[in-house]
Design a protein around this ligand. Structure first.
Ligand code: AMP
Length: 398
């Protein structure tokens, strides 16, 4: 079965066509600037040189998906001869609220529930719904599945997901920890168990998804018991442009001092903070590492603060689970940041973590990066959210 995996953002769309017979990626693409001037589609096929590039106006996701489907049957860069070969579509959906603890086949009721979740993810869910509706129009009758970023975290106990706030805010508005990057945390924790040759039920794993957005999850026996992102993806680690944990009392202080309203504060914390805000340089780790090497003090401090925040969560989750067997690194910084992994895992011998510096000197490859005698294993595992989406889609439409 050939499955199209779609990840729709507000003005972008990432896609992969996967043959589930052997889980082979047939082609992979990205559409950018949907609904704005300069719309562009780029698609690549493994083993074929160059790229399919389509530059033409796309006023909405429907226009974009039409071009994606044309790309998928392209003679050079496509993956199928006819559209009818695409037997199912898997959609990444950011927020499933408390309604979805696993992936689901998309029905009218599911769509209505996704609309209810817009309040919780106003930036993401509308784009996901647009993608679903566009596929309904263009690929009528093709089954679709929604795979939620929040679903894996639905196993957290109340003691992890309730905040120290009046309880009625939870019952009235659903103010609680939901957690994000669930598909990634699930994938890398399962891979970690496979790499270690152990049953995941017997393992306590801490997964660090360190990308532009970043989160840590505590996974005990295969189930998420805590995670650093919260009601929104703002909480927890210091990220590219997001502040992560701060004293909430800073907000009313800034409202008064800077005259910021709710939107201004949200923009400041989500888009102008993190390593970008701390340094004024960039949200990209490579730039910050470069500046730090050249002696920029703010860049040096930002990197230490970033590493320490990850350390704090690792320590906290090891304490919360009563131990840890494996620590996993994934996503852009986790997969490529050799120095970052080294600094995060430095001085952790007391916990049983001994990094193998030579093994750690690698980017983007599955590998154990701790020493033979390290009682806690450290692993580098490239994430593959698309594959999880395709697998869940296959399981539900079969
Ligand atoms: P992601 O959100 O998972 O795509 O991660 C993107 C981030 O990964 C970028 O913003 C960079 O900060 C980081 N990144 C990518 N390549 C490298 C690298 N070679 N070294 C350090 N960080 C990297």
């Amino acid at each position: 079965m050939k499955i199209l995996v779609l990840n729709c953002g507000s003005s972008s769309l990432k896609y992969q066509l996967i043959d589930m017979l052997n889980e082979e990626v047939l082609c992979i693409g990205l559409v950018e600037r949907i609904g704005i001037e300069g719309s562009i589609l780029k698609q690549e096929k493994d083993g074929v040189e160059g790229k399919l590039v389509v530059e033409q106006p796309m006023k909405n996701h429907q226009d974009a998906i039409k071009l994606v489907l044309e790309g998928l049957i392209d003679a050079t860069y496509g993956g199928v001869k006819e559209m009818s070969e695409i037997e199912a579509v898997g959609h990444r959906v950011v927020h499933g609220g408390e309604k979805f603890a696993g992936s689901v086949k998309i029905t009218d009721e599911v769509k209505a529930a996704l609309v209810d979740c817009i309040e919780l993810a106003p930036l993401h869910n509308p784009a996901n719904i647009m993608g679903i509706e566009a596929c309904e129009e263009i690929l009528p009758g093709v089954p679709m599945v929604g795979v939620f970023d929040t679903a894996f975290h639905q196993t957290m106990p109340k003691s992890s997901y309730l905040y120290g706030l009046p309880h009625e805010l939870y019952t009235k508005y659903g103010v609680r920890r939901y957690g994000f990057h669930g598909t990634s945390h699930k994938y890398v924790s399962q891979r970690a168990a496979a790499m270690l040759g152990k049953d995941i039920k017997d393992l306590k794993i801490i997964t660090c998804h360190l990308g532009n957005g970043a989160s840590v999850a505590a996974i005990d026996g295969g189930k998420c018991v805590d995670t650093s992102m919260g009601f929104t993806p703002l909480e927890g680690l210091i990220m590219g442009t997001r502040c992560g944990d701060i004293d909430a009392a800073i907000l009313p202080f800034l409202m008064e001092k800077e005259g910021l309203d709710a939107k201004g504060l949200s923009d400041m914390m989500n888009k102008k903070s993190g390593i970008y805000g701390m340094t004024g340089i960039s949200s990209d780790f490579r730039d910050i590492e470069g500046a730090a090497k050249e002696g920029n003090e703010l860049a040096q401090v930002a990197l230490v603060a970033y590493d320490n925040r990850v350390k704090k969560y690792i320590g906290a989750y090891a304490a919360e689970m009563g131990g840890v067997d494996a620590i996993v690194f994934t996503a852009g910084v986790g997969e490529n940041g050799i120095a970052t992994r080294e600094k995060i895992l430095s001085n952790m011998e007391f916990l049983g973590v001994k990094l193998d510096k030579e093994a750690n000197n690698v980017r983007g490859k599955e590998r154990v990066i701790s020493t033979e005698d390290s009682t806690v294993k450290a692993l580098l595992i490239p994430t593959n959210e698309e594959l999880v989406i395709a697998r869940d889609t296959l399981a539900l439409v079969k």
